[in-house]
Each structure stands twice: as structure tokens, then as C-alpha cells.
Ligand binder design. Structure first.
Ligand SMILES: [Zn+2]
Length: 132
């Protein structure tokens, strides 16, 4: 995620002047202008792996969109814990995204880096030039 490598083959993700290629859960309507400023925990993909993933990844069967976007590492995703040794229970039942600068970050047991997507544009994988 930090180096924008493909989440499948670990090669360079597909990137051009319009941004890096991402496949993200389709949440259109979540807010006006979505996915602009979305916090994304899944690394980008190269075009070859993106085309394979849309056919075979069970997670993508629930609906996805292909997006080109610029991005920056914005925080981390995981469980937030509280003080109170020896009672170290999670503060929240669910895992959350905590952005850099948030005071809760020091209590986060981070699982994944997050990147904020900016300058987003929907793309159709079939229309992208590539090697497959
Ligand atoms: Zn790949």
C-alpha cells in the first residue's frame, strides 16, 4: 500500500497521469461525490490483475467500481484499545479507520494502512489499454 504495488502480483500498480487504478466496493450514494476523499484499505492493482480479479475475486462479486485516483497515505485501519491494564479490551467493538493526527491513533492496533483517494474518475476496465 505504501509503495502502490499491485495487491495481487506485487508489481507496480497501473498508473498514468490521471492516477492509479483501484477496484473498490461500490458505495455510490454514500455521500455526494463519492468516492472522492474515500479512505481505502485495499492496495491498487495492475491492469492485468484487475481484469483477473473482477472475474475471480469473491469480494468483488458484491459490487465494485474501477477508479483512477491520486492518493496519499492518510491513516490506518484496525481496533482502538484503551488504557486500563490489565483490562485491555478494545474500546470499540468494530474496527475503524483512524486518520493521522487523530488522538486515537496511539491506541490503534493497526492492521492496514489507508489511502485517501482524490481526483477520482470512474473507468471501465474493458476500455483501458493493456497487456491482456
Ligand atoms: Zn498485478
Amino acid at each position: 500500500m505504501r509503495r502502490l504495488l499491485c495487491q495481487v502480483c506485487a508489481g507496480p500498480a497501473d498508473h498514468n497521469d490521471h492516477g492509479t487504478l483501484w477496484l473498490i466496493q461500490d458505495q455510490r450514494g454514500l455521500w455526494p461525490g463519492w468516492p472522492e476523499r474515500a479512505q481505502n484499505t485495499h492496495p491498487p492493482l495492475c491492469l492485468r490483475c484487475a481484469r483477473i480479479a473482477v472475474k475471480s475475486c469473491p469480494w468483488l462479486k458484491h459490487g465494485f467500481v474501477a477508479v483512477r485516483a491520486q492518493s496519499f497515505v492518510s491513516g490506518a485501519w484496525g481496533g482502538v484499545y484503551r488504557t486500563g491494564w490489565p483490562d485491555l479490551r478494545p474500546l470499540l467493538a468494530d474496527t475503524i479507520t483512524v486518520q493521522f493526527g487523530d488522538a486515537r491513533l496511539r491506541w490503534l492496533q493497526a492492521d492496514q494502512l489507508t489511502r485517501e483517494l482524490v481526483g477520482c474518475a470512474f473507468v471501465e476496465l474493458d476500455r483501458l489499454a493493456g497487456d491482456t
